[in-house]
Design a protein around this ligand. Structure first.
Ligand code: SF4
Length: 388
């Protein structure tokens, strides 16, 4: 049977440099910049070493610069990275190039430069406009810098952009959240990613929590925050299309939607993940893999590129459950045809019976979580998967 592969893919580039450590953050980053130039050289090597083989004739559809803080990079180096990708696979089919930035890095000239080198979508790490909360989160920017950066995005003419917002902070009142939302709405954002604060072990907040110096916001208050976020955005035409993502129609993130629908992606840089799979000629998945670059900048800059990745094989069933898990977090859910034809996966009787007894899941030609329950999607999905 001939083996084929999907027709498009994305690239994720992890830029692991941050000005300072935010108190809640457990992403991979460093605050020193001594290895920055060496990182750029290795990243270009990694592009040379992996991109053509990974692409395997497929079309590059999206690029995502995430971090860390991509806006710690200068325009010259960003141009080198994008030009190198262009030289190897071409950018003619690219629908979206997203670039994460922090407000304190944003100047008009920098934004104009990003536009010139092909960035189409800015992702601004706002989190809050409340000076007290920004301090609590140890963000490097002020409230005014956050406002100015969004205004500059408009001035420079980016047609689409997104802002990150964090709610559910300890002691955060509903009034303060509403003020954050109102301020954000005054800039008419086409897309917002809103996350409940989670207190992760190993972060500064995690340590405070362990020492008993910090109590998370009560669950019912977090739910109230969550509902306030989704209801208010909805009233302003910004609709939830994934648990944490809200967009005006046509401004949904292509790159992130591709993660959720299992479009392959190549991860570059320390801490980045890749995912790919093979299909038969009918498009049925035969098996896939996920590989992880070690979250270790020193190793990345000094080691052989062949040795930085760990690979995990994925069976069609594992991939089906992953697709179900990610798809149920989205407004569209997953069609039964896709589960059947792409993964050879059927829900079992116990799952179907359980779905019939709960009113939280819609099941017909597709399976999806009703909109008012999307906020608790993870809990519902666990219930469903545990009946396997
Ligand atoms: S800027 Fe982003 S990646 Fe860096 S520490 Fe803060 S939240 Fe984490």
């Amino acid at each position: 049977m001939p083996i084929s592969a999907p027709s498009s893919f994305g690239i994720y580039i992890h830029v692991p440099f941050c000005k300072q450590a935010c108190s809640y953050c457990d992403f991979y980053f460093v605050t020193k910049t001594d290895l920055l130039q060496s990182y750029i050289d290795r990243l270009l090597d990694e592009i040379d070493f992996t991109l053509k083989t990974f692409a395997n004739g497929r079309k590059l559809q999206t690029i995502y610069f995430g971090g860390g803080t991509p806006s710690r990079l200068d325009l010259f180096n960003l141009d080198r990275i994008i030009s190198r990708i262009d030289a190897i696979v071409g950018l003619e089919h690219v629908a979206e190039i997203t670039f994460e930035a922090n407000p304190d890095d944003i100047q008009k000239e920098y934004l104009l430069g990003l536009k010139k080198i092909g960035i189409t979508r800015l992702s601004m790490g706002v989190q809050s406009f409340d000076p007290g909360l920004l301090k609590f989160m140890n963000r490097a920017h002020t409230s005014d810098e956050a406002k100015n950066s969004i205004q500059l995005i408009h001035d420079v003419g980016f047609k689409t952009f997104t802002c990150d917002l964090i709610y559910g902070n300890p002691n955060q009142s509903l009034k303060s959240l509403k003020q954050d939302i109102d301020t954000l709405l005054s800039f008419n954002p086409p897309h917002v990613s809103a996350y409940a604060l989670t207190i992760e072990p190993g972060t500064r907040l995690g340590k405070y929590h362990q020492l008993g110096r910090l109590n998370p916001l009560e669950d019912d208050m977090v739910v109230e925050h969550m509902n306030t976020v989704s209801d208010t955005f909805k009233e302003h035409g910004i609709f939830r299309y994934e648990v944490s993502n809200f967009a005006r129609v046509g401004h949904e993130s292509v790159h992130n939607s591709n993660y959720w629908n299992h479009t392959p992606y190549l991860g570059l840089g320390p801490g980045a993940h890749s995912m790919d799979y093979k299909t038969d000629s009918a498009g049925k998945i035969l098996g896939g893999f996920r590989s992880n670059n070690a979250p270790d900048l020193k190793k990345y800059c000094s080691g052989a590129l062949q040795n930085i990745s760990e690979v995990e094989q994925l069976s069609p069933e594992q991939m089906a459950e992953e697709r179900l898990l990610m798809g149920l977090r989205t407004r569209d859910g997953v069609t039964m045809n896709e589960l059947r034809n792409r993964y050879g996966y059927e829900l079992n009787e116990r799952q179907v019976e359980w779905i019939k007894t709960t009113e939280k899941i819609n099941l017909n030609e597709s399976i999806s979580i009703s909109n008012e329950n999307l906020a608790v999607a993870d809990h519902i999905i666990l219930e469903l998967i545990s009946r396997r």
